[in-house]
Design a protein around this ligand. Structure first.
Ligand SMILES: NC(=O)c1ccc[n+]([C@@H]2O[C@H](COP(=O)([O-])OP(=O)(O)OC[C@H]3O[C@@H](n4cnc5c(N)ncnc54)[C@H](O)[C@@H]3O)[C@@H](O)[C@H]2O)c1
Ligand SMILES: O=C[C@H](O)CS(=O)(=O)O
Length: 488
């Protein structure tokens, strides 16, 4: 069934780049098509920028910086609040655009738009809390102060899986701090970013403060990482690309925020509330068809409750309704593309070849295209690909464990360290295991934990820096030490 994108405000579907307050095409007039992953139908086309157009966007952000950083923090906060209000007023259209370009079910898209808006709301308030400090002087004739100043022109390169909230958590913090930004969204999902940029303009955020550019990833990335005007790069995406961008950024010593790949362990102890653990597993694993960096990638279930947990999880997974996210009855959409389907398929085949059992799903969905059956496999061995490689799809591999120490070693046996989840009602075990897990975030008896008020981010090869919370604002501020002498 082909579902046409119908918007209350069709002008929110922008098919040009937003640079310095103008909607512009690529110099070559070249465009790239964006297809709905559920239907393959073209949603629209966007310009295919290269390095020179990207450079002009950076120049626009540079030109806008002096005025924007000179505003009072509360003035920037008011403009961000107006942006938040417009996002909320237009949430249905933003969600429809998101579902059309990314594929997630409409209600998930709506939830993402609202949670994304809450980052703007949070930083509208935080803008006024870029506090400095005074330090007791070491000498009678001098006084010490520390002030915070905006980093300057910032760049953001973002992925396709959460094309709204991953942009607002960066842009909200940057603009609140007094920075300006050039955002390059994923080629697969540009329209959410362009719509956000249109609403920012409507909110009164001055031209050039927020710029959104689409096009050649490598050429644009190299400009954003090597242009000395850009003082910070915030990247969310795979660890492989993150490493590349980190290297490219070294030539101009840019500040970096890297939100990279994950391989989250989801641990269920024998004393866990199994019903709660199953609900948490469903949310953590199958949200966005499993395409979430913080999503559970491996399930470690204590032997004493293994079969019960597996049976309960399979029952809930088999209730998922797979289809076009625009259909209100659908609770799991397609993957982003054929390559994503092939990766899930390869992980299932590898695990089964090493002795795993398919409990439900396990193959491409009858709908074809980018659809895959929500899958649960049991008795997965520690040497299975899915144990060390991020599946990024609707596959729940269940590993058995008995010993807590062995479990912790298995959970930490990965180069990633973004999120982990543990279900137990033993307070001593909760603290022991939560402190031992090598991740930036631990969900305890919860399956979803991201929100605007918490420091979101990873360790090891899952990245550096934090987004959201007051930590997120600090990441866009420079610390300046003032030493005043001559005090009589
Ligand atoms: N840690 C987090 O918060 C977080 C959130 C979402 C996704 N991710 C990770 O992102 C990955 C999936 O997203 P993806 O497939 O979009 O990742 P990706 O790294 O392939 O792409 C991310 C962005 O980088 C761009 N890009 C790709 N190659 C580039 C290059 N050479 N130079 C400049 N830009 C380039 C892409 O066009 C896209 O906009 C997963 O590994 C997932 O774990 C992490
Ligand atoms: O892919 C992970 C994103 O960061 C989504 S969320 O922050 O968990 O909503």
């Amino acid at each position: 069934m082909e579902t046409k994108l119908i918007l209350k405000d069709p002008t929110l579907l922008r098919q040009l780049c937003h640079v310095g307050g103008h909607w512009v095409a690529a110099d070559s007039e070249e465009t790239v098509a964006v297809a709905n992953p559920a239907t393959g139908v073209e949603v629209g086309r966007v310009p295919y920028f290269g390095a020179s157009e990207t450079r002009r966007a950076i120049e626009a952000a540079e030109a806008a910086l002096p005025h924007w950083r000179s505003l009072l923090a509360k003035e920037r906060g008011r403009l961000l609040r107006a942006w938040f209000d417009l996002i909320i007023d237009n949430q249905e259209d933003l969600a429809r655009i998101l579902t059309a370009e990314q594929g997630k079910p409409y209600l998930e898209a709506l939830s993402e738009v609202v949670s994304g808006a809450q980052f703007i709301e949070w930083f509208a308030e935080e803008a006024r809390r870029a506090y400095g400090e005074t330090i007791p002087t070491p000498a009678h004739d001098r006084r010490i102060a520390v002030i915070k100043q905006p980093v300057g022109v910032c760049a953001a390169i973002t992925p396709w899986n959460f094309p709204n909230t991953i942009i607002t958590r960066k842009a909200g913090a940057a603009l609140a701090a007094g920075c300006t930004m050039v955002v390059r969204p994923a080629t697969e999902t540009p329209f959410s970013a362009l719509a956000l940029s249109e609403l920012a303009a409507r909110a009164g955020i001055p031209a050039g403060v927020l710029n959104v550019v689409t096009g050649h990833p490598q050429d644009m990335g190299r400009e954003l990482t090597t242009n000395p005007v850009v003082r910070k790069l915030s990247f969310t995406g795979s660890t492989a690309v993150g490493k590349m961008l980190m290297e490219q950024s070294a030539s101009t010593i840019k500040k970096l925020a890297l939100e990279l790949g994950g391989n989250a362990p989801f641990i269920v102890f024998g004393d866990a509330d199994i019903e709660a653990a199953v609900e948490g597993a469903l949310a953590s694993k199958f949200r966005n068809s499993g395409q979430a960096c913080v999503g559970a990638n491996r399930f470690y279930v204590h032997d004493s409750i293994y079969e019960q947990f597996a049976a309960e999880l399979v029952k809930r997974v088999e209730q998922l309704h797979v289809g076009d996210g625009a259909d209100p009855a659908v609770t799991m959409g397609p993957l982003i593309n054929a390559q994503a389907v092939e990766k899930v398929e390869s992980h299932v085949a590898d695990a089964v070849a090493k002795g795993a059992r398919v409990l439900t799903g396990g193959k491409r969905h009858d709908r074809g295209g980018a659809f895959f059956e929500p899958t649960v496999i049991a008795d997965v061995t520690r040497d299975a690909l899915v144990s060390c490689d991020e599946t990024f799809g609707p596959l729940a591999p269940l590993f058995r464990f008995t010993d807590e120490r062995e479990l912790i070693d298995a959970a930490n046996a990965t180069e990633f360290g973004l999120a982990a989840y543990l279900y137990s009602r033993d307070i001593g075990r909760i603290w022991r295991v939560a402190e031992a897990l090598e991740t930036g975030m631990v969900g305890i008896n919860v399956g979803l934990m991201a929100n605007e008020s918490v420091p979101f981010g990873g360790i090891k090869e899952s990245g550096v820096g934090r987004e959201g919370s007051h930590y997120g604002l600090e990441d866009y501020l420079e610390v300046k030490y003032l030493c005043m002498g001559g005090i009589q």
